[in-house]
Design a protein around this ligand. Sequence first.
Ligand code: ADP
Ligand code: MG
Length: 393
Amino acid sequence: MKQLVELFEKKSRLVIGLMSGTSVDGIDAAIAEIEGSGTGMKMRQIDFITVPFPEGFKELVIRNSLTGTSDVADIARLNFLIAQLYADAVRRLCNHAGVKTQDVDLIGSHGQTIHHLPRAERMFGKDVSATLQIGDPSVLAKLTGIATVGDFRVGDIALGGQGAPLVPYFDYILFRSNEKSRSLLNIGGISNITYLPKGCGTQDVLAFDTGPGNMIVDRLMKKMFNKDFDEGGAIAIAGTIQGDMIDWLMTDTFVRMAPPKSTGRERYGDPFVTSLLEKYGGRRIEDIIATVSEFTAVSVYTNYLLFLKTKGGIDELFVSGGGAHNRYILDSLRNHFGGVSVAAAEDIGVSSDAKEALCFAVLANELVSGNPANLPSVTGASKETLIGKICLP
Ligand SMILES: Nc1ncnc2c1ncn2[C@@H]1O[C@H](COP(=O)(O)OP(=O)(O)O)[C@@H](O)[C@H]1O
Ligand SMILES: [Mg+2]
């Protein structure tokens, strides 16, 4: 346990953060020097890479994320395989950054979510909620020789929370302001927003998933063009929004559901795309992509109107995640948000691609510093708690 004590006592740590989201596009790996913890923390990003997943991997993960197409033997193997791919990503990142793996103090690994069931169901007399991130942190610790924190979400769920979103703690520490009310919007497979009213304390932070990010568009692009995504939003830009279709999309119950709320592929995956195409499959594909991209932007804005504007609104919106590269979505957000300044996360001093990976480096650092990092006002958990499991090499 000497190892653990040394780790706890360090004032400054070299930490790697690993994130692979619901888009299943690849592993985002960031390395940062982190000094101190909590609101006094200072973080310096050293390097960031994305390691794409191998061909066919995304389909295998998606198949194993849904009831009806999943296979328990696949899931058991994926739990190890993903950790092996993460370990390769750690080695590549260290090479790229010119850092020796033995100098890295800690890894924070989100894992690959394959199922997220925040709503409790009654089973054998117990209310049971669940979330499952695979890519076992213990396997990762053994393969890299680096202490690894993983499974950040389960502790919050155990206390009645959604286990999500977890990024708001990071947003609060790094981006709160006494002068401006800010929101940070991450557009991954799913979109989620953090609200930091000016002068906020942790109890004032709000954050929740707003609905789809790129997930539906990605799936349509695969089906129609055998492409992984709509590069730069070019297809959407060539299309015209279909009024009846957007009205139908906006009947989606998640969008208007009051927070706390979180969602995933269970809601916006293949079955959603199938029912969309059954109804509107006859339209021009560019028009379908434009309308579904508009759905992403308008669902963000609707959530803002319903749940954040009423609390005082924002002066600035900073966008991160792969969706920040989609010009159609950004332009549409700018239109909807009118007088609010809409910019990429770079404008607030963090790489929009690296942000989530950095967040999990920071959350790992918070755990070994003994700081609770869930926000009960955000997740709905009964109290603040330490989040994550520490696995030693
Ligand atoms: N150049 C780009 N143009 C348009 N969309 C992009 C671009 N790069 C990435 N994306 C979108 O972002 C997604 C990945 O975003 P990411 O933030 O990694 O999400 P996740 O956390 O779900 O993995 C891709 O699947 C794609 O839809
Ligand atoms: Mg990704």
